[in-house]
Each structure stands twice: as C-alpha cells, then as structure tokens.
Ligand binder design. Structure first.
Ligand SMILES: NC(=O)c1ccc[n+]([C@@H]2O[C@H](COP(=O)([O-])OP(=O)(O)OC[C@H]3O[C@@H](n4cnc5c(N)ncnc54)[C@H](O)[C@@H]3O)[C@@H](O)[C@H]2O)c1
Ligand SMILES: O=P(O)(O)OC[C@H]1O[C@H](O[C@H]2[C@H](O)[C@@H](O)[C@@H](O)O[C@@H]2CO)[C@H](O)[C@@H](O)[C@@H]1O
Ligand SMILES: [Mn+2]
Length: 448
C-alpha cells in the first residue's frame, strides 16, 4: 500500500475552497501521494475558472499528477479512490435567501443553522446522495469524505438513504477552534493537545482539553480566557490574532464569552451562539447585507480574481494562493483510511450508544479512531441534562427535515421549523416555510 498513488475527485470543483485544498494536497505528497486529481461540478462555467488555474498550479508544481475537470459523472467518478465533496446546491444565490428570508420575520438567518440550515438541507440531500450513487456506480471501492453542508442534515440523510455507503462526514469548525485553544494555552499547535468533545454538527462542547505530552489539564486556563474574550485571539496576539479573519467571524469568536459560562465544565462550539444568543444575532443582522454578501465581496472575489489572473498569466509562480492549513484534516482522514492509521478524528457518526443517554440513531459529532474499515466511535458516556435537552430538540429538527425530504411532507417541515430553538412560534415558522417553498421551487421536492 505504501507505494500506491491515489486518485481523487473534488466534487464541487468550482468551490472557493478548491484552490486552497489543491495547494494542501500538493504540500502533502509525502504522506498522501497522488497520481490523479479530477474536478467535478454541475456548473461548467464556474468550475472552468477554478480548473484553468489549478491545472497550471498542478502542472508547475506536480507534473506527475494527471489533472482533468469535467461535468460528466462517468468521467469524474471512474478510477478514483476518494471523493472530496464540497458542493453548495443552489450556490450563494440560495444561501443569500436562506439568510434573508428568516430575517423578514425577526428570526436569524444563517447558512447551516435555524431556518436557513433547514432550507439548505432540503437542497443538499439530493445533490449529495446523487454523488454517492455516482461514486458507487463508477468506483465502488472509493470513500467519500463529505464536508458539504449542512453536514448534520446531510449526515442524517445519508445514514437513512445510503446506510452501507463509504461516507465520512466531517466539519472543520472544531479543528479551527482547537487551533485557537492551543494558542490560548501557549502551545504551538492543536497537535500538542488532546481533547474530548461531544455534540451534533455545529452544536457541540469540549469536555476535556489536556497537554498531549504531560497530561496537564488546560481547561482552566482556556476557560478563563474564553469567559473574557471568547475564541478571539486579539487579546494574546494583538492584530496578528485577527489577521485574515473577517469582522463577522471576529464577532462570532468573541460572542462565545456570552454563553460559555452556562457550563463551567465544558467549552462550546461557536455555532451554539445561534441557539443561545439568537436575540443578539438578530439585533446585529442586516437583512440587506448578510454573510453571503461578505463572502461574495471577500473570499469569492479574491479566489476567482486570482484564478483568472493565473490563467491569463499562464503561470502560478507568483500566486497568492496558500495551503489551506485547516483542510489538512482531509489528508489526515484519507491516510487514516488508506494506511489504517487509527487516527483520532472528530466525525459525524451514528451514536449507537457512544453517548449512553442519547438517541442511538442520532448522528453525533464525537471522537473516532479511523482505520481502513472506517470510523470506530469512542465511548462518551452520559452527557449532562442541559446539553442532552438542547441536543434532543436540535436532532429532532434535523430528523424531521430528512423526514420532510423523503416523504415530501409540508407538515414535517413545518414541525421541523417550529421545533427549532431559533423560531418563536408555529405561526412564524409557517410564514417562513411558505416563503422558503417559493424560493426553493427549483431545488426542493414538491411538498404536499
Ligand atoms: N464541513 C465544513 O466544515 C465546511 C467548511 C467550509 C465549507 N464547507 C462547505 O463546502 C461547500 C463549498 O463551499 P463554498 O463556499 O466554496 O461554495 P461555492 O458555491 O463556492 O462552491 C460550491 C460548488 O458546488 C457546485 N455544485 C452545486 N451543486 C452541485 C451538484 N449538485 N453537483 C456538483 N456540483 C455542485 C457549485 O456549482 C459550486 O461550484 C459548501 O457546502 C460549504 O458549506 C463546509
Ligand atoms: O461563512 P463562510 O462561508 O466563510 O464559512 C462558513 C463555514 O464556516 C466554518 O468553516 C470555516 C472553518 O471553520 C475555518 O477554519 C476556516 O477554514 O473557514 C471556514 C469557512 O469560513 C464551518 O465549519 C463550515 O461548516 C461553514 O460552511
Ligand atoms: Mn462545519
């Protein structure tokens, strides 16, 4: 196996994250040698912009790696070992509606949380399942590393619709926060700490953070900082702590200080702000300019401008693209499967008793040992009443959303929206639902 070179297809080749992930893959050829990189997308024009640049990057830095970009599923998914899936069904146009429609009714608008996440989930399920089917038709031994969002709803849907498929659902938010925790604790990197965590995707808590070498309990020091400053590193690194962090993300990282003290024994994922500070989130939202607008004006503009510049110059020698350090988890995951490393990674997997006092069929985000047969979840044990109560409400929202997609059920989707901690009443849920149905008529199944 050590001599094997792998073939990967990036599903969602036109993604703003693709160039950084390609740069990361090229930077890890020692650990994860590649013979082929393919791009697949259902928008040829968008993908071509990214592919034209990445073809030059690969040709100049790793000419031994074969590259192609296609919109043809058979071409894309034949002869591959891994599918790296990061599609956005409906693209930013629909993300913008996900974020703006709820705000019309005084409810927070967000990519993966609340009504926006439910709407996004109703679009994503079909797109991700279609790619699973392509993978299994053309490369039945391949694994899908899925980080297409909303990962919680996509994971529940693939648990039910593709129960025997080789899919690993992962999120990079905890990895990003662990990197910040390490810096708060004065450690070089997240690899210097060992942690325990449980939750749902975008809805979890750390229960233990220790120095990997000495076993020193780092939770007290990190908690003291977080209760004052959240995960905003500005207070230890000055401006360097907020470089390349969009202002709205700085607000998100700092906002954790407002709800972390709810449980002195854990530290929360940033995403819990949407369920614990929903009033402040709405108060600071601008229905005319939401996160999607920032991304279009920021990341998308920067990435696509640089892609066009590389293609026009015919060389990437001076590129501003850098290795997406957060994306290294993709190589960690792929090599765990390829070389049976039993790496300890946070994945979204069926609970099946790992959290003793929680629904065994729930897709939970917990530490797993990953090897060639996939993830082996580590035992979490009993979770506290506070987190159990929050998770039971949220996982029911996610399950009802998948029910609604499978059954084409208006009622189940109305129940999902009504049950969300971000929505104040059944009346408001119905107003939002009817607007979302109209906005998503080209993407959702027709509800009855
Ligand atoms: N799990 C995580 O932690 C994490 C982190 C970052 C981004 N993401 C996700 O990665 C995805 C990409 O994010 P982005 O901001 O770069 O989006 P983007 O819109 O720039 O790229 C998404 C690409 O997917 C393509 N696409 C849409 N539907 C498709 C389909 N059915 N089949 C094939 N291709 C399809 C689009 O044409 C587009 O090129 C999103 O789902 C985002 O939420 C997840
Ligand atoms: O609003 P966006 O599109 O910038 O980000 C939404 C995504 O946010 C998280 O991913 C972060 C990641 O945690 C961080 O380390 C860095 O890589 O930026 C990513 C994108 O900004 C979250 O985990 C994703 O699920 C969201 O899609
Ligand atoms: Mn995520």
């Amino acid at each position: 196996m050590q001599d094997k070179k792998f073939s990967v297809v990036i599903a969602g080749g036109g993604s703003t994250f693709t160039p950084g992930i390609v740069m990361m893959l090229l930077a890890h050829q020692d650990r994860f040698p590649l013979r082929q990189i393919k791009f697949y997308d259902n928008d040829p024009d968008r993908q071509k912009i990214v592919a034209d640049a990445c073809e030059i990057i690969i040709r100049e830095r790793a000419p031994q790696i074969k590259f192609l970009a296609t919109t043809d599923p058979e071409t894309a998914f034949t002869d591959i070992d891994f599918v790296l899936a990061h599609i956005r069904v409906g693209k930013y146009e629909m993300r913008s509606k996900d974020e703006k429609i709820p705000l019309k009714y005084g409810v927070l608008g967000q990519e993966t949380c609340g009504p926006g996440g439910i709407a996004y989930g109703m679009r994503s399920i079909g797109g991700v399942v279609e790619i699973v089917h392509y993978m299994e038709k053309y490369s039945p031994n391949a694994w899908m590393l899925n980080y297409s969002n909303p990962a919680a709803i996509v994971a529940e849907a693939t648990r039910r619709l593709c129960p025997n498929s080789r899919i690993l659902n992962i999120c990079d938010m905890p990895i990003d926060i662990e990197g910040k925790m390490a810096q708060i604790a004065g450690r070089e990197s997240l690899h210097d700490i060992e942690w325990k965590y449980f939750g749902l995707n975008h809805f979890g808590w750390w229960t233990s953070i220790k120095d990997k070498k000495t076993g020193e309990d780092l939770m007290p020091k990190i908690r003291d900082y977080v209760w004052k400053h959240g995960y905003n590193l500005k207070y230890i690194k000055g401006d360097a702590g907020v470089q390349h962090v969009d202002p709205s993300w700085q607000v998100t990282f700092e906002m954790v200080k407002g709800f972390a003290p709810l449980d002195p024994n854990t530290l929360p994922n940033t995403y819990l702000k949407y369920y614990l500070c929903q009033d402040d989130v709405v108060a600071h939202s601008d229905i005319k300019h939401t996160r999607t607008d920032e991304v279009i004006e920021g990341r998308e503009k920067e990435v696509f401008t640089e892609c066009r510049r590389i293609a026009a110059a015919g060389t990437a020698k001076e590129t501003s693209f850098v290795v997406d350090a957060h994306a290294v988890y993709i190589v960690d995951l792929a090599t765990a499967i390829a070389y049976n490393t039993k790496a300890n990674m946070l994945l979204i997997v069926p609970n099946e008793g790992a959290i003793e006092n929680f629904d065994p069929t729930a897709m939970v985000e917990i530490p797993c040992l990953v090897g060639s047969d996939g993830p082996e979840p580590l035992v979490v044990g009993k979770i506290p009443q506070f987190q159990k109560g929050m998770m039971e409400q949220q996982v029911s929202v996610e399950k009802l959303t998948v029910d609604a997609w499978i059954e084409h059920s208006y009622l189940k989707l109305w129940q999902a929206l009504t049950l969300s901690k971000t929505v104040p009443s059944a009346k408001v849920a119905k107003l939002i639902l009817d607007d979302l149905i109209e906005a998503n008529k080209d993407f959702w199944p027709e509800l009855k």
